[in-house]
Write a protein that binds this ligand. Structure first.
Ligand code: C5P
Length: 405
């Protein structure tokens, strides 16, 4: 992806360097455009070093980093798959909302046909000023996207809204808006379950498992980046930063996860069941903390509902179901058995022998369909693995229903 990163004059400009670094590390081409004030906060050399790309600006005093001066606003506007402005000051919001083109960044913001993402950062009073509110509303009416500033301690010493969104959240939003869409998934409604469930014994103790939810969250992001409308039902602690356009329905137990999924399922086109649902729960959950006894104690467990099998039973024609199977032995045979038992379209088998595949580790998935195991995907970090799995599934969907666009 080719990203044009506009950086305007705010103290948060130093965080733009990290946005540029993370995107570059993920293999994207990032070209930075500095306003005159932006260049007072962060140097072109820093950005050029991090991105390996020329840095652009409109300040003739900084001649040596003013690249090709002829029609650079048009060239850059055409080059970009997405234009992001982070941090965006009240000034650049106001300029673009009102069609002003007074420097390179504001000019190319009018000239671009690519999606535009704003990540504003400013003092709380400025952010809540009616002029800024009106400008933001106007920019949204142009189809521009915005990642809301967060609350926190601002550089001016005030506490409140106006702090630049987290760097990871900005990168996530850029990928959500600028990634290439997949025709088989674009506009499709997909339910994703992710994370562990927690089955309480009492107000303090709980039964759960080692899932962090990372793979399911990455599947949700990859589906969203491919253009799907994703509904994420999430157990466990959840992601470290807010996911763009993916406000999850948070659940605790398997019963809660099932209830949330059953509500959503009739309107969905597909399901990706990546949650590590507890297979058993304590028969009873005590309202008070249970006192410890002497010697061995017995815990009676009962089965939780199988969410995937339940939704499979309720499937209407055209809906598809993708499951995951984490096994520490015989993962392919077990996956094939689950594919048949739960009547799935495909299952992604994951060998978790010796603790592999949990948390941040690289992982390998083998898709299993009615035709048997398919070539393995990975080992890859989970974000790239999810992209590979989504691409694999999208191609298969397209091949299964070639008449669809
Ligand atoms: O736990 P099991 O190996 O059977 O999980 C296989 C698939 O079924 C996974 O996709 C998992 O998310 C789903 N599942 C479920 N509800 C359960 C158990 C598993 O949806 N109670």
């Amino acid at each position: 992806m080719r990203i044009l990163l506009g950086i305007t004059g705010g103290i948060a400009a130093y965080k733009a360097a990290e946005v540029a670094r993370l995107l570059t590390r993920q293999g994207h081409a990032v070209r930075c455009v500095l306003t005159e004030a932006g260049a007072r906060f962060i140097t072109p050399l820093t950005l050029a070093s991090l991105t390996g790309q020329p840095v652009f600006g409109a300040n003739p005093d900084l001649g040596e980093w003013r690249a090709n001066p002829v029609v650079e606003h048009i060239d850059l506007a055409r080059w970009a798959d997405l234009v992001a402005v982070a941090p965006a000051t009240a000034d650049i919001l106001g300029k673009t909302a009102n069609g002003l083109a007074t420097d390179l960044l504001s000019t190319l913001l009018l000239a671009t046909r690519a999606p535009v993402l704003w990540a504003p950062a400013m003092n709380t009073a400025m952010w809540s000023h009616p002029a800024v509110r009106a400008n933001v509303a106007r920019l949204k009416s142009f189809g521009h996207s915005l990642i809301e500033p967060v609350e926190g301690l601002l550089a001016c010493g005030e506490e409140g809204g106006g702090k630049l969104a987290e760097v990871e959240a900005i990168v996530d939003a850029i990928l959500a808006l600028g990634s290439p869409r997949h025709p088989a998934l674009e506009g499709k409604k997909v339910l994703v379950t992710a994370g562990p469930t927690r089955e309480d014994l009492d107000p303090v103790r709980t039964l759960t498992n080692r899932s962090t939810g990372a793979m399911g969250i990455e599947m949700a992001r990859a589906l969203r980046n491919a253009g799907a409308e994703v509904h994420l039902v999430l157990g466990g602690d959840g992601p470290a930063f807010p996911l763009y356009g993916l406000a999850p329905t948070r659940v605790r137990s398997a019963a809660e996860m099932l209830a949330a999924c059953e509500k959503l399922w009739p309107a969905m086109d597909g399901l990706v069941a990546a949650a590590a649902v507890a297979d058993q729960r304590p028969e009873t959950c005590s309202a008070e903390k249970v006192k410890k006894g002497e010697g061995p104690e017995r815990l009676t467990l009962v089965r939780t509902p199988d969410i995937l099998a339940t939704l499979s039973d309720a499937k209407r024609p055209g809906q598809w179901l993708l499951g995951f199977a984490a096994e520490s032995e015989g993962h392919l045979e077990n996956a094939a058995a689950k594919l048949t038992r739960k009547r799935l379209d495909a299952i992604l088998a994951n060998d978790v022998a010796d603790g592999q595949g949990f948390g941040d580790q690289a992982n390998t998935l083998t898709p299993v369909t009615a035709e048997g195991p398919q070539p393995a995907l990975g080992p890859l970090p989970k974000d790239e693995l999810a992209q590979a799995a989504v691409a694999w599934w999208a191609h298969r969907l397209a091949a299964l229903s070639p008449s669809q666009p």
